[in-house]
Design a protein around this ligand. Structure first.
Ligand SMILES: [Fe+2]
Ligand SMILES: [Fe+2]
Length: 457
């Protein structure tokens, strides 16, 4: 017997199949989408909502297993698996336009994951159809971030006590970091905007680890390289343990002796790493090479290895970006877009051109953390970038034309091909001086944490 849910799934599967054959807006597609819309609306007329999705590899519709889904709905099943979608939830009152947007995003060839899909759809005004992602281990990115900071504290703490740290905790957290970056890159980049002035060395190391893996992901590196990048990024400044804080926080020029000490940190760090068990040779090299520039003008001089490793060059780019966007005793904080501009002038000298172009692809033209003002006077901050596809930024509106806070969390996605009706705020702008980007992302993360605590009781 064909049930109502079968009819809905048949229609959605049909729509996805036809999307391969017809362009968006074609009458065949529109007809089938209308049919799907009517079928779902009828189904939920007596309920508040309906959902279908995957539970442990099995397709379900409102908690009831769907028989032979592999044979009957292959297109739909393929899309759900590819995009890591756990469920698509339809709430009463959703519109046909919302459904069209969801099916378009679901079928798109871009490597958009479920979490990114949900964000993109919300920015397009889709409010009553939600995409839930399969989350490995159900951990929030901020929890993983906080744990990574903890791991760095314990690594440095061991070293201070003269102990050689164990690498298993580092490997574990890097595996989690890498998995999260593969599913939700934007929220990770947002977290790297959190800069803790008092905890500089630790936040810097974690940020560099996260940014490095994210660049590696864009370069489509394999899992082993990504893991080595993450570990190398976290441990790149290990050698700073031998440099007193007074030296690396000094505002005036360093004396010859102080500079020599600071310059030795890649060598000291790689020597420590050699004594740690379970680290790949590549990690040791990343630590040794992270200040070696593309044109060989950095330090240490390349006398041991002939050519720096590509993953070392990735850490080099991530390191420079995080340092530039952080407030230091001797430097004001640069806005993301300014940092990119400065770094752009150093491609082919400091930075490897291929690595740098992957980095630009990751950040987009308007990187996460960029402040924008619109013609109506509203001010927003970029919170996500479609790095796998168009590069379009999603902007959260934070201040109205009178400078009052907007707290209803309105987000818009700018179509860079069409819209250029905004200006990027410079660091000298009085409005941008009032906005603390680090605090914004910190608040975002804690809001997410609170929301999860509420739902999990
Ligand atoms: Fe360094
Ligand atoms: Fe560094």
């Amino acid at each position: 017997m064909t049930t109502k849910s079968d009819i809905i799934l048949q229609n959605i599967n049909g729509a996805l199949k036809n999307k391969k054959l017809y362009p968006s807006g074609h009458i065949v597609l529109d007809t089938i989408i209308s049919k799907t819309y009517r079928a779902i609306t009828e189904y939920i007329s007596g309920e508040e909502s309906a959902f279908f999705g995957m539970i442990e590899e099995e397709m379900v519709f409102d908690d009831i297993p769907v028989m032979d889904a592999n044979d009957r709905f292959p297109e739909l099943l393929g899309c759900l698996k590819k995009k890591n979608v756990e469920a698509i939830i339809f709430e009463k009152g959703f519109s046909e336009e919302e459904l069209k947007n969801v099916l378009n995003t679901l079928y798109s060839d871009q490597k958009t994951t479920a979490l990114e899909m949900d964000r993109l759809l919300r920015a397009k005004g889709v409010k009553r159809i939600k995409i839930r992602a399969i989350v490995k281990g159900e951990r929030l990115t901020i929890e993983i971030y906080d744990d990574a900071i903890e791991v760095m504290h314990s690594v440095m703490g061991d070293l201070r006590m003269g102990k050689i740290p164990n690498s298993s905790g580092i490997r574990e957290i890097v595996t989690e970091m890498t998995d999260t970056i593969l599913t939700d890159p934007s929220s990770i980049i947002g977290l790297t905007m959190i800069k803790d002035y008092d905890d500089y060395l630790y936040t810097h190391c974690v940020n560099v680890g996260l940014l490095s893996v994210s660049i590696g992901k864009i370069m489509e590196l394999d899992k082993t390289d990504l893991t080595n990048l993450g570990i190398g990024g976290l441990l790149h400044d290990l050698g700073k343990i031998a440099v007193s804080e007074d030296i690396y926080k000094k505002t005036s020029a360093l004396s010859g002796g102080e500079w020599e000490k600071l310059k030795a940190h890649p060598i000291v760090g790689s020597d420590i790493a050699k004594r740690m068990e379970g680290l790949d040779e590549a990690v040791i090299r990343v630590i040794y090479e992270h200040h070696m520039r593309y044109d060989n003008s950095g330090y240490p001089k390349a006398d041991i290895y002939t050519k720096p490793l590509a993953i070392g060059q990735i850490v080099c780019v991530a390191d420079a970006y995080d340092a530039l966007t952080t407030l230091r005793v001797y430097q004001r904080r640069h806005l993301p877009i300014e940092a990119v501009k400065i770094m752009n002038g150093l491609v082919n000298s400091h930075f490897h051109p291929g690595v740098f172009s992957a980095f630009i692809k990751l950040l987009g033209v308007y990187p996460i953390g960029t402040l924008m003002q619109f013609p109506d006077g509203n001010v927003g901050i970029v919170t996500a970038v479609d790095a796998a596809g168009s590069g379009d930024p999603t902007v959260r509106l934070i201040l109205d034309d009178k400078g009052r806070e907007i707290d209803h969390e309105e987000e818009i996605t700018l179509d860079l091909n069409a819209e250029h009706n905004f200006s990027v705020l410079s660091p000298e702008n009085t409005i941008s001086k009032k906005i603390n980007i680090s605090n914004f992302f910190k608040d975002e993360a804690s809001k997410e944490k609170e929301a999860t605590e509420e739902t999990t009781g």
